[in-house]
Ligand binder design. Structure first.
Ligand code: PLP
Length: 376
């Protein structure tokens, strides 16, 4: 069994996909070119943002956003401790200081009460200038942007939505990757919409920032590519990935997002009372980048993972080490009780196979195996 079955997806999309890829090969427009513009327009329209700039990864997308806001040494950037490393890594890459915020046990997303507390502590300490909140749409569920925006407004901070896992999620009718002053996503193959390699995008409604993003992602270009007006990077998306993403977006919007939600609903129904199933608050809609259970403790989790492995059912631990305990951030010398909920989740979460092509029989087998282990 596959954790995320990209092969079946390819088989379903094969004719259209092969043609899209070979058209780019035949065109010889491998870098930039019309496919990139087409992809940017389609993704901006889907998300409901005025501008989309395609780039080389979700990590670069975050980094580009911080460059636009000139985030630098002396700046504090607030980010959840329970996330993928890249959300926090980019802050340090700019020379700024990450301030880790705990998460909510039910949604896995930023805890707004702890956010306020960490902002106030930072202001009081007087060493760093608070600049940006990076809120992550973990496992496909949008963060509580209404509450986060209120806090940001109060303290005059920018909101950067890390929608690497959130693409396709919604709050009301509004789509993920439109909630930040700048929002980003990743097209790494295993994300809700993935390409066949690395890829990412940045979204914003701000015209001036969109122009800066366009410049930063091609060596800080000015009026043309040999006129360089700022220090940028090489973070172009390959045309071939743009062509792949146009095919994938269509399938995602046509049926995949609905199908993956059916799979998630079935898990929640069948595993009710067996383990703590993920909670989607009223008015929210998830794109289910992961389906994550919480079990009693680390030992139970190790046992469950081993029992499933024997039955050829793959599982994953997202994430075993929160940011405030990462070796790379050891220089911050954080207190042991910095983010207790993140610590607890790191020991108790386990993610099950989920994707739009998971057959009911396979899912029944997974649920039975989980039930058999946890109920005995
Ligand atoms: C995957 C991921 C990223 C980084 O995306 P890449 O395309 O792999 O660089 C950033 N943030 C989160 C939350 C992610 O899951």
């Amino acid at each position: 069994m596959q954790f995320r079955d990209l092969k079946t997806q390819y088989t379903v999309l094969k004719d259209e996909m092969d043609k899209a890829i070979l058209d780019v090969v035949a065109s010889s427009a491998y870098v930039m070119g019309p496919k990139i513009k087409e992809m940017e327009t389609a993704f901006a329209e889907y998300v409901g943002a005025k501008h989309c700039v395609a780039c080389n990864s979700g990590t670069d997308a975050l980094l580009l956003a911080l460059k636009v806001w000139d985030v630098k040494a002396g700046d504090a950037v607030f980010v959840p401790s329970f996330t993928f490393f890249a959300s926090a890594e980019v802050i340090a890459m700019q020379g700024a200081t990450p301030v880790f915020v705990d998460v909510d046990q039910d949604t896995f997303n930023m805890d707004v009460v702890d956010l306020e507390r960490k902002i106030e502590q930072t202001v009081k300490a007087g060493k760093l200038r608070p600049r940006v909140i990076i809120a992550v749409d973990l496992f496909g569920l949008p963060a509580d942007f209404k509450a986060i925006r209120a806090v940001a407004g109060k303290h005059d901070l920018y909101v950067l939505e890390d929608g690497a896992q959130g693409f396709g999620g919604r709050m009301g009718e509004r789509k993920a990757c439109s909630f930040g002053d700048i929002s980003t996503t990743s097209f790494f193959p295993a994300k809700p919409v993935g390409c066949y390699g690395d890829g990412g995008a940045v979204f914003t409604d701000n015209h001036e920032w969109a122009e800066l993003l366009d410049s930063y992602h091609v060596h800080g270009k000015g009026s043309d590519r040999y006129d360089n007006v700022r220090i940028g990077m090489n973070s172009r998306m390959d045309s071939i990935q743009a062509a792949i993403l146009l095919v994938k977006l269509k399938a995602f919007a046509d049926h995949e997002l609905v199908d993956v939600n059916k799979v998630a609903a079935r898990y929640t129904e069948k595993l009710q009372g067996v383990a703590k199933t993920p909670i989607v608050p009223n008015g929210f809609y998830s794109s289910w980048a992961q389906y994550t259970l919480q079990v009693e403790n680390k030992e139970v989790r190790a046992g469950l993972q081993a029992a499933l492995k024997v039955l050829d059912i793959p599982t994953a631990i997202y994430y075993p080490i929160p940011m405030h305990r990462q070796t790379a951030f050891g220089y911050l010398n954080l207190a042991d009780n910095h983010c207790p909920v993140s610590d607890q989740l790191a020991d108790t979460v386990i993610s099950l196979p989920i994707h739009p092509y998971l057959f009911e029989e396979e899912q029944d087998r997974i649920c039975k195996a989980v039930g058999d282990f946890l109920e005995h």
